[in-house]
Write a protein that binds this ligand. Structure first.
Ligand SMILES: Cc1ncc(COP(=O)(O)O)c(C=O)c1O
Ligand SMILES: N[C@@H](CCOP(=O)(O)O)C(=O)O
Length: 539
């Protein structure tokens, strides 16, 4: 009997349809260059607010994911086991605790940095590593040698995805992982977190260029049918649907924590998300579509502000700011380097749904077809002309759900400073980055972008609860934090340094320097050569 699928998945550009969860997790990117999306966004059982209120993070993840993964694809006990193992290594019993930052129940910080590599990426990548392993074990049962499926996982990172993916996949059987990072554009600790992992299946490639160059190379590799067929590429970036799915959990978990907090007043809720590739906030949008009662999602960008410009420029999505000189620098280096991204991959998924919701068409299938056509033509224009304009209905639909804020480099630093001097949360745990002398809270620069945006939003909406996502531990970004807090009464960097970061610089490292000017084909050949070498070492 054919398995019943609780969800079918399709490509945003229309060439692939009817795929299972396993298909889309293993394939990563659609063959037409589109991103996989579920055909339907499930709504939750009517009693979810009461029935789920006291669930553990893991059980909540299970309930949510069961709407997207059928029992016939992953039996419940197995899915629970995958989820439980993924979060067992977290450094906080609540996994993603909510901290009352301003003591007034107005500004809450959702600490997402208690995973293995101290960034929000661990929530999804610890899980994705275990999912890959689960599918591989099942597919390879009873097979030997060349009959076994071997995945070549390729990912691009501006610093955090890389180490979280490596942590999730190191030492896993039948799977090699290649991480492309822009040399000199990650923080020193982020770089060390990646290159000090010397497991045979981990390959770090230091690229001369930007994160976008790395992301383009990854997409080019996926677009190469021969490479795909022979080396079975898989994705760890948020182009992989499982990344988005896993992140939905903490939006609901945060809401339940907020409801239990002393000053909760049923006023509206806004969620503020420091954004780059748009994966994290897209998970929030899915949560909202499923029924999370959030009033608005606020996109917080740094000076790489393509998303903010989309809202300010009436639905123009352009790589360069309007009126910028042709030779204007593409991506700016900021104090929040993990968000130094020119083009936000996941925006494509949102645009698809907005086009689908606003398109005319007598049947869902017809509207789906139109949405795929729209998205394909917009993304073609982005490639060939550097941008595109969406119709006003799509823009209005986006504005109904989102607001955006752009935060400058200076404001990022001043926000870290002000927060340290004025925020002394009392409900934060042992592992929160605080001064033992003053109790002042230390923000990482990405989180600071979110807090600066939250403060503006609070001014416009006083009394509305704000949950601001804290996406990384400040110790990952020593330079920015020291710049903001160096010399401040009660501040000591060593005090906030997690134990696992101590002595990283003394460890053995392994990294391949990719010479400047290497094309994506050059990187492809390098990947093939390193996989061959790795597999020979196993024989
Ligand atoms: C610390 C940190 N904050 C925020 C972001 C932005 O998240 P997203 O790319 O999902 O928008 C990233 C990178 O993705 C990050 O590493
Ligand atoms: N900020 C990211 C960039 C990659 O984004 P992803 O969420 O699509 O993996 C990073 O730290 O690498």
């Amino acid at each position: 009997m054919a398995p019943t699928l609780s969800q079918k998945y399709l490509s945003t550009r229309g060439a692939e349809y009817g795929l299972s969860f396993e298909d889309v997790v293993l394939q990563g990117l659609a063959k037409d260059g589109g991103l996989f999306i579920p055909e339907e966004i499930p709504s939750l059982p009517a009693s979810w607010e009461t029935e789920w209120a006291d669930l553990s993070f893991e059980e909540l993840a299970f309930r949510l994911q069961s709407n997207f993964i059928s029992e016939s694809e992953i039996p419940s006990d197995d899915l629970r086991d995958i989820i439980n193992r993924s979060y067992a290594t977290f450094h906080h019993p609540q996994r993603t605790p909510l901290v009352d930052l301003d003591g007034k129940n107005n500004l809450h910080l959702l600490e997402l940095f208690h995973g293995q590599t101290r960034a929000f990426k661990d929530v999804a990548l610890a899980y994705l590593g275990n999912l890959f392993e689960y599918f591989l074990v099942r597919k390879n049962e009873g097979k030997t040698g060349k009959d076994r499926l071997h995945l070549t996982v390729v990912g691009a990172t501006s610093g955090d995805t890389g180490s979280a993916a490596i942590s999730g996949l190191r030492g896993k059987k039948d799977c090699s992982v290649f991480i492309l990072f822009p040399e000199g554009r990650t923080s020193p600790i982020q770089r060390l977190q990646m290159i000090t992992v010397c497991d045979a299946n981990v390959h770090n490639l230091a690229v001369q260029g930007t994160f976008d160059n790395c992301q383009d190379t990854v997409k080019a590799l996926f677009a190469d049918p021969k490479m795909n067929a022979e080396h079975h590429l898989a994705a760890v970036n948020s182009i992989n649907w499982a990344r988005i799915l896993a992140q939905i959990t903490y939006y609901f978990y945060a809401y339940f924590q907020l409801k239990k907090s002393p000053g909760y007043n049923k006023e509206k809720l806004r969620i503020v998300v420091p954004s780059g590739n748009f994966g994290d906030i897209l998970a929030g949008w899915f949560a909202k579509q499923m029924g999370l009662p959030a009033d608005k999602l606020v996109i917080a960008t740094n000076e790489n502000d393509i998303l903010d410009r989309f809202f300010r420029n009436d639905g123009h999505y352009t790589k360069k700011a309007l009126g910028a000189p042709a030779d204007a620098e593409d991506v700016k280096e900021t104090h929040s380097p993990a968000m130094d991204i020119l083009v936000s991959s996941n925006f494509e998924r949102l645009l698809w749904f907005l086009a689908y919701q606003t398109n005319n068409g007598s049947t869902a299938e017809e509207r789906r077809g139109h949405a795929c056509e729209n998205v394909s033509s917009w993304l073609n224009d982005l490639k060939s002309k550097g941008g595109f304009q969406v119709p006003s209905a799509v823009l209005e639909a986006a504005k109904a759900e989102f607001e955006s804020e752009r935060v400058s480099n200076d404001e990022t630093i001043s926000t870290i400073r002000e927060t340290f001097s004025s925020c002394f949360p009392t409900n934060s745990g042992e592992s929160s980055p605080k001064s033992s002398k003053t109790g002042g809270y230390v923000l990482d620069p990405h989180t600071a972008v979110g807090i600066a945006a939250s403060r503006r939003s609070i001014q416009r909406n006083p009394g509305v609860h704000h949950i601001s996502l804290s996406t990384a531990h400040p110790a990952k970004f020593a330079d920015a934090v020291d710049l903001a807090l160096g010399g401040k009464e009660g501040y000591s960097f060593s005090e906030i340094l997690p134990e696992d970061f101590i002595g990283l610089e003394k460890r053995e490292t392994r990294v391949t320097d990719v010479p400047a000017g290497t094309t994506w084909e050059g990187i492809r050949d390098l990947v093939i050569a390193e996989v061959d070498q790795e597999l020979q070492g196993q024989r």
